[in-house]
Ligand binder design. Structure first.
Ligand code: FMN
Length: 144
């Protein structure tokens, strides 16, 4: 069964609410195993058929956990070419992190980016959660 790896970081829970909505959306497509986790290893990235990363913006950047994962995956020369990838995250005023992550997934790992990036200002409202569900569904459909 194909696997969707959904990794997210959160400090105050906002990106976690989004991650659960993305998972809900992805689950509407049958025949896909979804791994939802706070952390992942480069090997899990390698073994996944699609990757979605949820990351809040702190100090204008992605979190250190996600940065470290991408650096380790690059060092291990993990091949992710053409796998569907997407990103989302909560932010307060600038919201760079999900776009930074996608830039790396696209340019370094040559992944197939599924848009749009979903951003939620602080706690996601119903519209943001709906957009998250849509994103999850879209990535799942891109795998199947
Ligand atoms: C110390 C600190 C630094 C932050 N830096 C930024 C920032 O540079 N840009 C931004 O858009 N939001 C920034 N934020 C706001 C967070 O992104 C926002 O609170 C978000 O909802 C956190 O998501 P989380 O609950 O998933 O951790 C910052 C918040 C804190 C506490």
């Amino acid at each position: 069964m194909p696997t969707l790896l959904l990794i997210y970081n959160t400090k105050t829970g906002n990106t976690e609410l989004m991650a659960k909505a993305v998972e809900e959306g992805a689950k509407t497509a049958k025949g896909l195993a979804i791994i939802l986790n706070y952390r992942a290893t480069p090997l899990q990235l390698r073994d996944a058929d699609a990757v979605i990363i949820g990351v809040p913006t702190y100090n204008h950047h992605m979190t250190l956990d996600i940065q470290s994962l991408l650096e380790k995956a690059a060092a291990a020369e993990v091949i992710l070419e053409d796998k569907p990838a997407a990103a989302f995250g909560s932010y307060g005023w600038s919201g760079e992190a999900p776009k930074e992550v996608l830039e790396i997934l696209q340019n370094k790992f040559k992944m197939r980016i599924i848009e749009p990036v979903v951003l939620a200002k602080y706690k996601p409202d119903q519209k943001a959660l709906e957009d998250c569900r849509e994103l999850g569904k879209k990535v799942a459909e891109a795998v199947l």
